[in-house]
Design a protein around this ligand. Structure first.
Ligand code: FAD
Ligand code: NAD
Length: 461
């Protein structure tokens, strides 16, 4: 049993924890990172990265199938075949490469990685149970970054045919009939990918629309695409359990069974607040999350928290930004985590990007607004890419034209998220974007034109 003294202890090696540790290393702080499984957390191992790999493979397969049936580009190929085991192995290879990369970055920055389960004994001490024994780490600063886990439904415990996103990313075969509970991020990203891979997919959503967090106008092209890909969507329908045939669903017209051999439950994620000694720390909570202030400080001196365990939005880039900020603060820099915007991307087909306020939210917040929407149907690049459904929409204050929000839906728009975030974070006005030359032909020109249109000066519509 080793007694280890450190300046900083990070509990959890996901995007929040490992970025905090690397940054603490930049500052020369003696840092220990405790991770139970593999560094990279949910995001790298069973979340963002593997899901996007599977989505890409599904896109490739669907395109190949479409080409076999003849394509408008004058291209014809034979009928493709799919070897899901090789797809999963390719995805695992990417994950392994990134795991090794993160471990190397931690090492390069002098961070000691302790592989084992950490349990907080008090606000400064952590017991770590490893394969070879138990270590105790005492640190001046503790950064809690224990992340989140999939939420389960009472009538549908995980096991057998009832799976979470984790199992969905490593299935041995494409399910013949897949029922997806929840039309949120995971349900739609993975549901659509499996539909492209050949599964008959039914998505069951409790509210009256898909992606209920996003506005109806933005989601409309996605809804059309779900129909085009043969995904059945049941709205106002609650998963109630299962029988021998599949998923039991309660809807307005009564109970019915959605035939399924596999049921993917994607009804949100819960912060991981149990099993590591949280009860021994006297921390204020914010519902199920650990309460933090704008410096990511908890209610206990020297104890900080970042990432999914601290609340919504549960996104990897928020966790990373918090991790970076908190390490700077611990190192003595004057900093805070108060972003103007945390952009969000849904990696469906078409993709959706949302940054800042929607027109409705801006009006509800008391702003008189100007909006500009530019459709990809009038964007040359979108046409040459073969997908012109969707648009970019901008909302600005009517008085001084300060941009309050930017959203887009369309093929490949995820890469526009950086520009949207930059515009909002830098406090751009409509005239700033309108006065910026956007390279031609690109999807980004639709952003330019949306701003021009909000000013009443659009050129290409
Ligand atoms: P986590 O990544 O959950 O990491 C926490 C780590 O702490 C884990 O490695 C865990 O093993 C470790 N840990 C916990 N307790 C202990 C303990 N007691 N001892 C030792 N180690 C411990 N977000 C995006 O921004 N973009 C996306 O495209 C995206 N796609 C996603 C797709 C899926 C299928 C899923 C499930 C999530 C996705 N997310 C995405 C969300 C993203 O993965 C999370 O927001 C992010 O991983 C949160 O980072 P974190 O560091 O807070 O926690
Ligand atoms: P979610 O919150 O996005 O969606 C859950 C959906 O399930 C909601 O629409 C909800 O109304 C519905 N629902 C809840 N109970 C139900 C029931 N009993 N029957 C039918 N529908 C029900 O959650 P998720 O898709 O599980 O994703 C979890 C989190 O992971 C997300 O909130 C996000 O933070 C993160 N994530 C992000 C990305 C990304 O950034 N691209 C991708 C995947 C996951």
């Amino acid at each position: 049993m080793a007694e280890i003294a450190a300046k900083v202890l990070v509990l959890g090696g996901g995007p929040g924890g490992y970025v905090a540790a690397i940054r603490a290393g930049h500052h020369g702080l003696d840092t220990v990172l405790v991770e139970d499984t593999k560094v990279g957390g949910t995001c790298l191992n069973v979340g963002c990265i593997p899901s996007k790999a599977l989505i890409h493979a599904a896109d490739e397969y669907a395109l190949a199938l479409a080409r076999a049936a003849g394509s408008p580009f004058g291209l014809a190929t034979g009928t493709p075949t799919l070897d899901l085991a090789r797809t999963v192995a390719w995805k695992d290879g990417i994950v392994a490469r990134l795991n090794a990369g993160v471990a190397a970055l931690l090492k390069k920055n002098g961070v000691k990685i302790l592989r084992g389960r950490g349990t907080m004994l008090d606000g400064k001490t952590c017991r770590v149970d490893t394969d070879v024994g138990t270590d105790t780490v005492r640190a001046e600063h503790v950064i809690l970054a224990t992340g989140s886990r999939p939420a389960a439904l009472p009538g549908l415990p995980f096991g057998g045919p009832v799976i979470s996103s984790t199992e969905a990313l490593s299935l041995p075969a494409v399910p013949r009939r897949l029922a997806v509970v929840g039309a949120g991020y995971i349900g739609l990203e993975l549901g659509m990918a499996f539909a492209k891979l050949g599964a008959a997919v039914t998505v069951v959503e409790a509210t009256d629309r898909v992606l209920p967090l996003y506005d109806a106008e933005l989601v409309r092209p996605l809804r059309r695409s779900l129909d085009a890909h043969g995904v059945t969507v049941l709205l106002g329908a609650r998963a109630a359990g299962r029988d021998g045939e599949g998923l039991l669903v309660d809807a307005a017209e009564g109970r019915r069974t959605v035939p399924a051999d596999t049921i993917l439950v994607a009804v949100g994620r819960r912060p991981r607040t149990a099993g590591w000694g949280l009860e021994r720390l006297d921390l204020d909570m914010d519902g199920p999350f650990i309460r933090v202030d704008e410096r990511c400080a908890t209610s206990m001196r020297g104890v900080w928290a970042v990432g999914d365990v601290t609340g919504e939005p549960m996104l990897a880039h928020r966790a990373m930004a918090q991790g970076e900020a908190v390490a700077d603060i611990v190192a003595g820099r004057r900093r805070s985590f108060e972003p103007r915007v945390v952009p969000a991307v849904v990696f469906t087909d078409p993709e959706i990007v949302a940054a800042g306020l929607t027109p409705e939210e801006a009006r509800a917040g008391g702003h008189a607004v100007r909006t500009g929407l530019f459709p990809f149907a009038a964007n040359g690049r979108a046409m040459t890419l073969g997908g012109d459904d969707g648009f970019v929409r901008v909302t600005a204050r009517a008085d001084n034209h300060l941009i309050l929000g930017i959203q887009a839906v369309g093929a490949g728009v995820s890469e526009l998220a950086a520009g949207f975030g930059l515009a909002l974070e830098m406090g751009a006005r409509l005239e700033d974007i309108a006065g910026t030359i956007h390279a031609h032909p690109t999807l980004g020109e639709a952003f330019h034109e949306a701003n021009l249109r909000a000013l009443g000066e659009a050129l290409h519509i």
